[in-house]
Design a protein around this ligand. Sequence first.
Ligand code: ZN
Length: 362
Amino acid sequence: MGRGSDVKRVRLREQVNVLSKGQHFVLRLNDEMVVITPNNDALHHCVKHWIAGGSEDHFRQVTEEQHPTSWDTFKPHFDRLLELGFFEDMDVEHELTAEEVGRWTRMMDYLSRYETEETNRYEYMRRIRHSKVLVVGVGGMGSWMTTQLLGLGIGHIVLLDGDHVEVSNLNRTAMYKPADAGKLKVDCAVAYAKEFSPHTKVEAIPQFVTGPEDLLPHLDGVDLVLGCADKPVFLITKWISEACTQAKVPYLFTIGGQVGPLAVPDSDQACPLCEFTFRTDKYPNLMDTILNQGDFLFERTVGSVVSFPAIVSGVAGFEVMRFLSGYEKPVTVNACWKFDTNMEFRVEPLTKHPSCINCATK
Ligand SMILES: [Zn+2]
C-alpha cells in the first residue's frame, strides 16, 4: 500500500536508455531525448540514485553528500525528465501483498512500460493474480504451459488430464521426474506447482475429454481455457471449442507449432473451427471424412522434441499475459502464430466464417 505520505517517491523507468559518451550524457525514452552536460562523476552518482528511486529531497541529499552544490545543476534536468514521464511513481496504491510484490517485481517492471493514465503495473498484475485458467492436457505442451502460468503469477490454475506419466514423455515435458512414472500427470503437476509457487491455487481434474460435456462442468468462473491436448486429432479441438462457445469462456489453442487463434465467444473474432469451415467449403467431403472415417489418424504417434513446446508455450505465455492483464491487444486475435523447424515463424491472418460449424450465430 502507499505510504500515506505526501512525499512523492519516483524512480527512472526501466525502459529509459542511459548512454554516456565523452561530454554527452543522454537519457532516451521512445522519441524523447534529454542530453545533460557536463558528463561527470557527480552526474553518474546522481543517476544511480534516480534508478534506485527515492524522493527529490533524497536525491538532493545523496548527491550533495559527495558533490556539494551539484544538485542545482541537475535539478532543471530532473524536472524536465519528470515532466516528460521518464520517472514512475513508486508509491502507487495497490491490492497486492508484500509477498506478491516481492515475487513479481521484475514482471511489473516490464509491465510498467505499458502504464496508462488509468492502469498501472500493479493493476495489470492484480488482474493476472485474480485470473482462473484451465489447461486441457498436461503432456508436452501443457506441462510447459503450466510452468508459464506459474511464472506469470496466474492466481488460480486448473489442470485437466486423465493420462499417466511415462518415461517416454520425459524427453519433452517440464515438471515431471522419472520417479513420477505411472502416476497421474495432474497429480505430479499439482505437487510441482504447490512447491514452486505457494501463492497459486492449483487444482487437478484427473479426467479425459471425450466430448464437450466433459468440460462444461469445469468452466465456471474460468477466464481462459488453454487447449494443449492434440488427441483425438481435430475432435479435441472441436470439443473444446464447442464447450467454450456454449459456456462463453475465451479459449486459446497451443498445439504443435501453433498458437491461436484466441477465440472470444459472441465476438467478431475467428474461432479455430472457422478455418476448418473454410476448408470444407472447398472440399465438401472433408467434414464427413474427418468426423466419421478418419479413425486411423487418431492412433498415430508423431516425433517430438522438447524445443517445440518450450518455444511455443513461451509465445502463448505472452498471449495469456496480454489477454488477462489487458496491457496490449493479443497478436492471435483473428490470427495464428506458426513456427517451423526451419526456425521461421509467421503470423497468419484468419477470418471469421459466417457459417462456422462452431461460432456462427445459430
Ligand atoms: Zn468459428
